[in-house]
Write a protein that binds this ligand. Structure first.
Ligand code: IMP
Length: 188
């Protein structure tokens, strides 16, 4: 049987990546077209929890919201929770320009998954450390994938298959944690 959980996002890449992991613990995702209400905060967890509760109040059934961001050490964590806006504005090339001549290219991705359900809200997170490449490589994935190289690999996320990206990624880690938690919690 498994559990069906709604997911509020228009990002098909996120859904595919989450599905690959969550299907292993019998969670089926159903995309819903409810615009995510995003509060402005540097804290991904606050953004995800608020958005999940807002969607739950409309749907009245278990729903997931995932919020993620890229945190660059040399830029004091920028773009962080503003990654979506920064990707749309200055994009990959803008980040590369900001890091021109910068030796310390360490960065991490973080993903927070908030699940608002019939008995409350739960939240899991996943983080992956790595570095920003000096030029974009690869054509897979989305967002900043072409410039992020996770620790333990020489490939960017955009050079990996979805399965390989999930082994390393913030989202893969958060999804595996969600599997562990959902097994122990009643959500209906
Ligand atoms: P949001 O979670 O939809 O607010 O997206 C945050 C932004 O961070 C996205 O628009 C992407 O630019 C970036 N981002 C989040 N996760 C990833 C990822 O797995 N790969 C590449 N970029 C990502």
């Amino acid at each position: 049987m498994g559990k069906e959980i709604a997911i509020a996002t228009s990002n098909i890449h996120k859904i595919r990546e989450l599905e690959q992991v969550l299907s292993k613990c019998s969670i089926r995702l159903r995309q819903v077209d409810i615009p995510k209400i995003e509060i402005q905060s540097e804290d991904l967890q606050l953004v995800a929890i608020n958005a999940a509760i807002a969607v739950y109040n409309i749907l009245r059934e278990p729903v997931i919201v995932e919020d993620a961001g890229l945190f660059v050490e040399a830029l004091s964590g920028f773009p962080g929770s503003y990654s979506s806006y920064v990707f749309k504005t200055i994009g990959i090339n803008g980040i590369l320009r900001l890091l021109e001549g910068v030796e310390d290219r360490r960065a991490y991705f973080e993903s927070v998954i908030a699940l608002a359900h019939n008995r409350g809200v739960l939240c899991v997170r996943g983080r992956v450390y790595g570095s920003i490449a000096t030029e974009p490589r690869g054509s897979g994935g989305f967002g900043f994938d072409p410039i992020f190289v996770p620790e333990g690999s020489t490939k960017t996320f955009a050079e990996m298959s979805l399965e390989e990206k999930n082994k390393y990624s913030h989202r893969g880690r958060a999804a595996r944690e969600l599997c562990r938690v959902v097994e122990r919690v009643e959500i209906y």
